[in-house]
Design a binder for this molecule. Sequence first.
Ligand SMILES: *Cc1c(COP(=O)(O)O)cnc(C)c1O
Length: 427
Amino acid sequence: MDELAILGGEPAVPEGMLQPWPPISDLDREYVMASLESDRHTFGPNCTKLEEEFAAWNGNKYAVTTNSGTAALHMAVAATGCGCGDHVIVPAYSWSSSVTCVIHHNCLPVFVDIDYETMNIDPAKIEAAITPRTRAIIVVHLHGLAADMEAILDIARRHDLKVIEDCCQAHGAMVGGRKVGTWGDCAAFSFNQNKCLCSGEGGMFVTDDQAIYERARQVWSFGETRTPVESRDYHAYALGWMYRNNDLTAAFGRAQLARLDDYLQTQRENAAVLLQQLQDVPGLILPTEPPGFVHNWYNFTIRIDMQAIGWDGAPARMRDAVLKALNAEGVPATVWQRWILPAMTVFQARNAYGQGCPWSCPYTEQLPPYDPADFPVAQRHSDTHFGMTTPLRAPHGPDVARAVAKGIRKVFSSIHKLDVDEILKEG
Ligand SMILES: *Cc1c(COP(=O)(O)O)cnc(C)c1O
């Protein structure tokens, strides 16, 4: 009766139960159509409004809307004064652009391992990674749980380092009663479709520091000092890019932002159902929300306790087999990131700009090759995890969370039936 779907049983999540993200309402249609019918399709009034509204929502003085979270991260590296050959501390596990933004400004990333419980950079390992050339720390609030900002800011203050927050997954997450993006010197958000706030593509740079804001604006629009709403002189005062957002996208983002608090509430409710329904399942290591932290439940990330399920083969193989069994149940679980960052080709081959640059630049303090073995916690996390995003999000309610939990319980209660070699045979 409860035969696994991968072995021919009925899926736990019925087909058609899951809805696309994000929900589209009349507000989206109204804002987007009004923008479409206007004559402002580049950086327009919706962009300015989105900046004002997002700054007010998050509690920042300044906000600059961008065409991606990656652009906002590069602006952050540049605006905090990191320059050629400087070292920037980064977590060993994140999205690639949390770290490639450092190379984009001719600086070198120095990786620090993560903490297994929180999945975020391990503050206890940061000081050992500081060199005389270290200028900044990039903190990623991974999967929607804030990093330990008090500990990180304490280290940064003692070593005179800037702190950049990668909030691309963490809209609305809090620690110590404060939202992410208000702790460091500046921060980057993403509005890509996979994130908690979607405008298709897009992002936001935020800061409370006027000088950082002005430098970021310059990087953002061709190195000019005047914004597109002022009378421009079309002069590149410094190296700039074209990271601006456009009016249609911003209109969509504004309509979604109006519902963001409701979306986050839905995620909390669905996460609570999942945590409750999965609490006693042997073999699962559930995500945590330590005291003083407010998770935004961007990604509900579970690790498999390989010992508890009696698996002594390669962890990633069992995880991949479990994933296939979950997907067969209709559970939209995925591996978020199979590679720890230092193992990625760009960092191993040092192939960023050719000739080994920026690592081999004469103004650079040379670093030894990155050895993935130096980051065993990140590796263990990567090999044992799977996660989910959309089942927690609006318009899904507790019925979806319960169906998903049922699928996970089903697979783990019959885990001994999974023939890993057979399941992975097709690749
Ligand atoms: C998505 C993401 C980014 C990049 O955002 P884009 O808008 O896709 O450029 C950066 N960091 C993290 C942690 C992300 O999840």
